[in-house]
Design a protein around this ligand. Structure first.
Ligand code: ADP
Length: 251
């Protein structure tokens, strides 16, 4: 443990990640420093291969880092052993993946409470009710994932991420497998979780409309943080992305 900055849910300083060596060496992240503030919804954007997923995986403790430092709250990830890291991910981080990652034999309710169940904790009933009604699943709790639409399955995944009140939620292309209406709903729930529940959310996306739901958009290019946009609109995000294409054409 070391002192953390107040109001900062996660912090990366000089974060670099290199895959492979020799001819296959790839610098996926090149000295990224960023704060994710509590109660804020941050989107991470940039051209394919720029390092978005790698940044998310490194900050969430899913992947090792090559140099620099990453903290979740006051906890420096490099100081943790494998078991402590697993517990930190289980207890303090929520995940929402593009592929939903629900357990097919469990009901919606069992999926939502699963992370707490394996941690030997009981959900706070009032909080569970609030989360379930926020994502509109009250009538679907006994259904198995195969009996739910894609949008409903992703709502189960959002509720599962929220129910343990994690310090931070990481969402990796959460609308990537959804049609635009279901995607907009899921984004609305993520935004509501920030506005109404004070949750901190970091979302990787390639969709300017999805990014515009965030409070802030970070832009990566070639493993570096190149822009930080507050109060984004889809038009401004799209314009910024077009600028990347123009830069690529002129270099
Ligand atoms: P994005 O999410 O922005 O599309 P990634 O973070 O997936 O980008 O990838 C960044 C770079 O790192 C890319 O050049 C990619 O090919 C490379 N990369 C990602 N994961 C691995 C891996 N496991 N082994 C080798 N290279 C990888």
């Amino acid at each position: 443990m070391s002192a953390g900055a107040p109001g900062i849910a996660a912090r990366a300083v000089g974060l670099s990640k290199v895959y492979g060596s020799g001819d296959t060496r790839v610098v996926a992240l090149d000295g990224v420093s960023v704060d994710f503030r509590e109660g804020e919804f941050t989107a991470i954007m940039g051209p394919s291969g720029c390092g978005k997923s790698t940044l998310m995986h490194c900050v969430a403790g899913l992947d090792s880092i090559s140099s620099g430092s990453v903290r979740i709250g006051t906890t420096e990830l490099a100081t943790l052993g494998d078991r402590q890291l697993t517990m930190l991910r289980r207890d303090r981080i929520g995940f929402v993946f593009q592929a939903f990652n629900l357990l097919p034999t469990l009901t919606a309710l069992e999926n939502i409470t699963f992370p707490l169940t394996i941690a030997g904790r009981r959900p706070d009933p009032a909080w569970l009710d609030r989360v379930v009604s926020m994502v509109g699943l009250s009538q679907r709790l006994g259904h198995r994932p195969g009996q739910l639409s894609g949008g409903q399955q992703q709502r189960v995944a959002v509720a599962r991420a929220l129910v343990a009140r994690p310090q931070i939620i990481f969402a990796d292309e959460p609308t990537g497998n959804l049609d635009s209406r279901a995607g907009a709903e899921v984004l609305g729930f993520l935004r509501d979780s920030v506005r109404e529940l004070g949750q901190t959310v970091v979302m990787v996306t390639h969709d300017p409309v999805a990014a515009a739901c965030a409070d802030r958009v970070l832009f990566l290019s070639d493993g570096r943080l190149v822009d930080d946009m507050a109060r984004p609109t889809a038009e401004r995000v799209l314009d910024r992305m077009k600028a990347f294409d123009a830069e690529v054409r002129t270099t």
